[in-house]
Ligand binder design. Structure first.
Ligand SMILES: NC(=O)c1ccc[n+]([C@@H]2O[C@H](COP(=O)([O-])OP(=O)(O)OC[C@H]3O[C@@H](n4cnc5c(N)ncnc54)[C@H](O)[C@@H]3O)[C@@H](O)[C@H]2O)c1
Length: 413
């Protein structure tokens, strides 16, 4: 008789068929598994040599992780994982996803790359979700309809390449037992650097100088000073505070506004004020608030009219924090001096969108996270969340950690 244990998936929640002779070779008695040979094997009972035999037997009747199987040669027991199918739609993976892809494959995942990276429309996304255990995505919309679709019935985790998870219906995911992971913290410095690049370019008209040079011209014009001015930070979370740390080196006075009180901003010299005061006093206003139903449209006509006519607005947060048509009017009619935008309500920004033709505007295509070395780290972290859950471990950063104690949880810890 072959002394290797052979494991085969016989139901969706994976029961393992193991020859009886092999059971005795690793010390388990007949009768503990279903029908003497059909066995539900918990991972923990095999991995920990410290678990007393009685404990092991007790746990044999529990369901096990669907992706794990056991193999034994003589007395040596090793772990074999069944594959999780992982759909990767994060557009960032194209260039900086190599090591993360390797990590997923090494962990035993089957990686599926669609013909086109995201964000994908529901009609493109749904057929791709068929039979998929995990997705690694950028801002694809995981609405309640998508998550509860029968095509997503096997989905156990949505791992978001990034920080903002406003495109995911987290409440629906939690209800359905789907974990939502993200990578908070890893993008702080990268996005803060980019915010400062936008602020400096806008104030000193760097992009305009380049455009004239590229046209073969040599044109001189005046920009605005940065040093000694006031920077207003709306949303003093991780990225907002990283922007504040940079501002100290530019001799900027700092104002902040947030809906959640915290001691951190003041430690960095930020004076926390009401939104109207920040808008009225700042020479630069930068948006880093999370997009929520309450912050959608936070900066509209009324708020833009409160800003100085010499002030600049920077948005590397989310497009929908801003009423874009009000901003177009603000730029055309000179309510403010200029704006630099990296994020838009609709992405890609339509080619005929009035913002593209507005005066004193600097536009970039949602690039704030796109710094290569850090991109690799973020990709690895987003992939690791999937591997962890697949292995029955709690992923490092969950938006909905409460899902782990829910009876609806689709993964098995
Ligand atoms: N452009 C990009 O590529 C890019 C990259 C990463 C993150 N982002 C955006 O940056 C945002 C901030 O990221 P973070 O890591 O600092 O998140 P965070 O959660 O640490 O900070 C967000 C802050 O916004 C505050 N906030 C929420 N509603 C508010 C409101 N109505 N008014 C004022 N403040 C409000 C929160 O209290 C919190 O302090 C993300 O949610 C994401 O949308 C953009």
């Amino acid at each position: 008789m072959n002394r290797h244990l052979v494991a085969a998936e016989v139901t969706r929640w994976t029961q393992w068929l193991i020859p009886e002779s092999s059971l005795s070779s690793i010390g388990w008695r007949r009768g503990l598994g279903r029908g003497g040979t059909l066995l539900l094997v918990p991972l923990s009972s095999v991995l920990s040599p410290l678990v007393p035999r009685g404990e092991r037997r007790k746990s044999l009747m529990q369901p096990c992780c669907p992706h794990t199987a056991l193999a034994a040669t003589g007395s040596a027991v090793t772990l074999r994982r069944m594959s999780w199918k992982v759909l990767v739609t994060a557009r960032t993976f194209k260039d900086v996803g190599g090591p993360a892809m390797e990590a997923l494959k090494k962990a035993g995942c089957e990686v599926v790359i669609p013909p086109r990276f995201g964000p994908l429309a529901d009609s493109e996304l749904l057929p791709l979700l068929e039979g998929v255990d995990a997705v690694l995505c950028s801002p694809d919309a995981y609405s309640a309809a998508v998550l509860s679709s029968s095509r997503a019935a096997r989905l156990k985790i949505v791992s978001r390449w990034g920080v903002g998870y406003d495109s995911i219906d987290v409440a629906a995911a939690t209800r359905l037992g789907i974990a939502v992971a993200y990578v908070p913290g890893l993008l702080n410095e990268t996005v803060a650097d980019y915010t400062f690049a936008l602020l400096l370019a806008l104030a000193r008209r760097v992009h305009e100088g380049h455009a004239w040079m590229a046209k073969g011209d040599w044109k001189l014009f005046w920009g605005s000073d940065v040093s000694g001015k006031t920077l207003g930070i709306i949303g003093c979370g991780r990225i907002g505070l990283a922007v504040a740390r940079r501002a100290a080196g530019f001799n900027l006075r700092l104002l902040g506004h947030d809906v959640v009180p915290s001691a951190e901003p003041e430690k960095l010299g930020i004076k926390m004020v009401a939104l109207d005061e920040l808008l009225a006093e700042s020479d630069f206003v930068t948006l880093h608030a999370a997009l929520t139903p309450q912050s959608r449209g936070l900066i509209g006509e009324q708020q833009l009219r409160k800003m100085k006519s010499t002030a600049f607005l920077i948005n590397a947060g989310r497009g929908a924090l801003l009423d874009e048509s009000a901003l177009v009017r603000a730029l055309q009619d000179g309510w403010i001096a200029g704006a630099a935008l990296d994020t838009f309500t609709k992405e890609p920004l339509p080619s005929d969108h009035p913002l593209r033709y507005a005066p004193n505007v600097l536009l970039t295509p949602h690039l704030a996270s796109f710094a290569r070395e850090n991109g690799m780290r973020v990709s690895l972290a987003a992939a690791q969340a999937i591997v962890d859950l697949m292995n029955g471990k709690q992923p490092h950063s969950l938006v909905n950690p409460e899902v782990l104690s829910s009876s609806a949880l689709r993964a098995r810890l």
